[in-house]
Ligand binder design. Sequence first.
Ligand code: BES
Ligand code: MN
Ligand code: ZN
Length: 495
Amino acid sequence: MKTDILAASINEAPADVLIVPVYRNESVTEGPLAPLDAALGGTLGELVDTGDLHGRCDEVTYLHAPAGIAAKRLVLVGMGEPSSSPLQQNRRAFMTGIRAMRGKRHGAVAVADRGEGSAFRFGEMAAEAVAIAAVDLSAYKTEDRNDLSVESVLIQTTSAREPDVRRGAERGRHVAEGMNLTRSLGNEPGDRMTPPILAERAAGMAKEHGLQCEILEESKLKELGMGALLGVARGSEEPARLIVLRYEPEGEVEGETWGFVGKGITFDSGGISIKPREGMEWMKYDMCGAGAVVGAMSAIAKLAPSRRVIGVIAAAENMPSGRAIKPGDVLRSYSGKTIEVLNTDAEGRLVLADALTYAQELGATRLVDLATLTGACVIALGHVYAGLMSNDQDWANDILAAGGLAGEKLWQLPMDKAYREQVRSDIADIKNLGGRAAGTITAGYFLREFVGSTPWAHLDIAGTAWIEDERPYIARGASGFGVPTLVELAAPVAD
Ligand code: BES
Ligand code: MN
Ligand code: ZN
């Protein structure tokens, strides 16, 4: 998709469709909408009078062939009441506007800059919003496809803001491409996204963007003694993979090496502790943490920060079989710690344990892991916030700040030492089950045992990694959650 910036009045933007965000009960005679209303000969005012335009959140008001402006169609999208995050509101309006055009011919889309907030961030957000909304993933439909046909994006702004909008849009494109990669990996059905396929896709991405990639197959994992990862994979016909992606800066290397670790369970049936049948199909998304690492690494490669970043993905399929691990089994993890498996459905923490150890061995001095780890996180935070747990408050603060800038909501949960009790095992160093109380935190606490004193943060993205119900601003399926925050962390904006 081509992205261009146009420094001109909103009325001059040539496009098949021009998207303009509108606040609730906003004046059309003063402020950003005034020139548009004037060019249209007072049409906006009429729309308000007839009750066609309120500016309610996600409201779409559509004008065909509006006289007085260059665009062939005008789409006004409501943002609701103004809030303290106008860019987020503009983002959602752009996305809703694009998606409202599904099935129509609208190759050239223009979006209007209302001049709110930093021009760089506006450009980033606008390019990102359009690229995310323009991808709808009905990949396996052979008919009744509701395709979007966006070919180019024109971001309309003022000449004063134009240079920053342009720089921001470049970054936004990279982030969105990373997110769309994460989304497409996540949306693949389990039989088309096995650990070996995930590894191949990661390797392909690495080759394309100049990252180093190493895939550890089962013989190597056995040699290394990755008993936790191999234990989870044992019930499946699909072999496990440990995937390593490395970004090496071209010039001088600055700062510490960061390790991004992803849970890559390509399908989670629960194993012998099998899940109920209802909703099990969602468990194809159990590799979305891994997907976020792949997507973020692709964006980082393009943004080329001066920091070293390592991505480590533990990929396995969790299945029941005659060979599968059983409740009561004890696994020896790569770290040497032994784990009593009390529930084979608590497999994410097992594979992550080995990946976290390996990431440290590869030289990562600060860690972030992403995982669709617990149903309890969905109960606690729903589909709005991801849970954040950490052993280092400064590092947690850095990640919270990055999430804030990137527009992803993260909520920190406590890591009190008292939670350690719940994962104490009678026969091994630790057990993989912490009981019903504080299930998200005890899972986090389990992981904490494998990072030692290395600053580490864990993002439980169980509620945010995919979208179950169609929303006006985004398609169902994998969301790409985590990519913006990781990119913001590894390649912060210099402004
Ligand atoms: N992948 C699931 C967690 C999950 C469930 C994510 C629903 C998103 C939606 C994870 O492997 C799991 O099964 N966790 C168990 C842990 C329990 C056995 C301690 C859970 O949450 O029930
Ligand atoms: Mn599970
Ligand atoms: Zn799982």
